[in-house]
Design a protein around this ligand. Sequence first.
Ligand SMILES: [Mg+2]
Ligand SMILES: [Zn+2]
Length: 179
Amino acid sequence: MKPCQAVAFLDRDGVLIEDVHYLSRPDQLRLRPGVPRALRELQRLGFRLAVVTNQSGVARGYLSLAQLHRVHRLLALRLQQEGVYGLEFLVCPHHPSERCGCRKPGTFLALQYFRRHPEVCRGIVVGDRASDMAFAQRLGFPGFCVGTCGLYNAPEIVGSFPGLPEVVQWLKQHPGFPS
Ligand SMILES: [Mg+2]
Ligand SMILES: [Zn+2]
């Protein structure tokens, strides 16, 4: 039996890139400090990388799906230039009122991911909002909060960190996490 792999479900806005209100143009894209290196280290620790992001700006008409994909292609390219490959994007473009199953904390996108990657059976969630931590809780994954996450509190939340680099520091000090 192959060993079971881990995934890091990463929020986009406020974790990988600076949170810009309904970002639609590539020139608004700014990586947060230390992110490329932190992602390389996560991969070295054995994590697959997947961005899980609520983008209701599409449903609200602030940007088109094509624009969103353009932004994500550019983000992937920037990261490739820094040696980060294989990032997957799981996107909910719906409005909260649509009550879809894919908007975090909904787990539909994650469940689809597990179907595509049966080798993955454990993982973590890194996010900056209460919805990210609730997403972690619903998956039964440990949640790493960047900032305060709306003061969300649950036993599954490992702690609050200034950014992704500090989360990775913590993981390096806890080899094999999560088991
Ligand atoms: Mg966010
Ligand atoms: Zn959705």
